[in-house]
Design a protein around this ligand. Structure first.
Ligand code: R5P
Length: 294
């Protein structure tokens, strides 16, 4: 039987591409608010014994998570055979440690919540830093789609003679893979974060790369401070205009305006934005098929 596909997000372009790639049936959902602000949700499809895929991109997660839980729970109550979540961006992964006494390590309760709600999850490059794999906190089957081959492919077609820069030690896992696939040299810098908007990044050693095009690669662009600090070093070294590539372009506040003045900003379509140039729907569809029973 054809899978049912529900888009709980406003990202209609990626959701539609994914639904098409999966040859799934777009489910009909009625979602609104009661006058008191609580959510109303109704499914208009027979979902008994069907495989159901929920697309809910969990950036700005606090607004979306409750609806996701309601939808997944209703699908299960109505007899769905399997409920899979596709979230290109996985929220709360950066809260992976109690940095100050009394802080909530929100990655853990969030993982428990999602693990109880759905039967499996597909995401793209979650921020794995102190956790080495999602299975340390998620108790359901998960598939991590890697953006590295997609980014390497984009670089190979668009940038001549690139040198890749990773702004911090966490970025090495992505940057080294992109560099290998794009046959380019790379350098990893050291970052210190002092607050949401205060970061310092070490200076790169760029003497051997004066004729190269600098390409900065990171998983998340949020305040943009990490990229801006790194671009300042690259500019100082007299290299050509930087291309700044992010897997997940969150662009809080004026981050995009500030960044686009200094660099060519490119993102995957994980989060809808005018900088999206790298498509992920085929890779996501492949991962969904891997988690669906035959
Ligand atoms: C964290 O270490 C991530 O890899 C990114 O470097 C970070 O999230 C970027 O955040 P921002 O844009 O706020 O500097």
């Amino acid at each position: 039987m054809t899978s049912l596909f529900y888009n709980l997000d406003s990202d209609t372009a990626l959701a539609a591409q994914l639904c098409r790639s999966l040859e799934a049936e777009a489910g009909t959902l009625e979602v609104r608010h009661f006058p008191d602000g609580e959510s109303y949700l109704r499914i208009h499809d027979p979902c008994k014994d069907r495989l159901c895929v929920i697309f809910c991109n969990l950036f700005q997660p606090d607004k979306k998570t409750l609806r996701l839980i309601f939808l997944a729970d209703t699908l299960r109550e109505l007899g769905a055979k399997q409920v899979l979540l596709v979230t290109p961006y996985l929220a709360y992964m950066r809260q992976d440690k109690r940095f100050h006494e009394g802080e909530c390590v929100s990655s853990r309760p969030y993982a428990r919540l999602i693990s109880q709600a759905v039967d499996g999850m597909i995401t793209i490059d979650p921020h794995l830093h102190r956790y080495h794999s999602l299975s340390e906190i998620y108790s359901i089957p998960t598939i991590v789609v890697k953006a590295a081959p997609l980014i390497a492919n984009w670089i190979s077609h668009n940038i001549e003679n690139p040198v890749l820069i990773g702004p911090d030690s966490e970025s090495e896992q992505w940057v080294s893979e992109v560099a290998e696939l794009a046959s380019a040299p790379f350098q990893i810098l050291e970052k210190q974060r002092f607050g949401d908007y205060q970061v310092s990044v070490s200076s790169p050693e760029l003497a051997p790369y004066h004729a190269h095009s600098p390409v900065l690669v990171d998983d998340i662009i949020s305040s943009g401070r990490t990229m801006l600090e790194t671009i300042a070093h690259l500019d100082q070294a007299g290299l050509s205009r930087t291309t700044a590539i992010g897997v997940h372009g969150i662009f809080a506040g004026s981050a995009y305006t500030q960044l686009s003045e200094k660099a060519n900003v490119i993102t995957t379509d994980c989060i809808p934005h005018i900088s999206n140039k790298i498509e992920t729907s085929e890779a996501l569809a492949k991962a969904v098929r891997q988690l669906q029973p035959v």
